[in-house]
Ligand binder design. Structure first.
Ligand SMILES: [Ca+2]
Ligand SMILES: [Ca+2]
Ligand SMILES: [Ca+2]
Length: 178
């Protein structure tokens, strides 16, 4: 298990059995890939904020996923240090909120599949353990793997991971300790 690591990840199948392969997390040495590109959940310009200037919320805490298949429903679930799961439209005890659930009903996300959890501007950064689960909730086609980017900003540190989800309910779990 990964209780004491700064950041670690675990791949879990529907039955809850860890898989042998874990997605890699890169952190620290951000390599600038040019200007910020919108909606890829990556800090392309290495300035800290993820997808800034793209009309999404940012801040000193930011968890963002983006994926390539617009019809796939991927979910970003963040549990804050108090143990509360961050929900849409509500501010958690640690001041986190989630902006939307994509793809959503009625084409809410207009083909731009991105979910974003951020710290409300007036809230203080809370130390502790942040749990992140990225889950392929539903994937009607199911014929192609869904590629998901996860970008995380926690204070002065940023992390990113690129993963592939194949089966419905397959998920990846990450732990970040601030
Ligand atoms: Ca940036
Ligand atoms: Ca970007
Ligand atoms: Ca979703």
């Amino acid at each position: 298990m990964c209780a004491s690591l700064l950041a670690c990840s675990q791949s879990v199948t529907k039955a809850g059995t860890p898989e042998t392969s874990s997605p890699a997390i890169s952190s620290g040495s951000c390599i600038t890939a040019g200007p910020e590109i919108c909606y890829n959940a990556l800090d392309d310009n290495c300035n800290g904020p993820i997808d800034e200037g793209c009309g999404i919320d940012g801040g000193v805490v930011q968890f963002t996923i983006a994926w390539n298949e617009s019809r796939a429903d991927v979910d970003l679930e963040v549990t804050d240090p108090s143990g509360e799961v961050v929900d849409i439209g509500q501010v958690s005890q640690s001041g986190l909120s989630k902006d939307r659930d994509c793809p959503g009903s009625d084409d809410d996300c207009r083909g731009v599949n991105l979910e974003n959890v951020t710290l409300a501007p007036e809230k203080e950064l809370v130390q502790g353990k942040y749990l992140v689960t990225v889950r392929l909730e539903s994937w009607p086609s199911g014929d192609e793997p869904v590629r998901v980017n996860l970008g995380v900003r926690l204070g002065a540190k940023t992390y990113s991971s690129q993963m592939t989800l194949v089966r419905e309910k397959q998920e990846r779990r990450f732990v970040f300790v601030l």
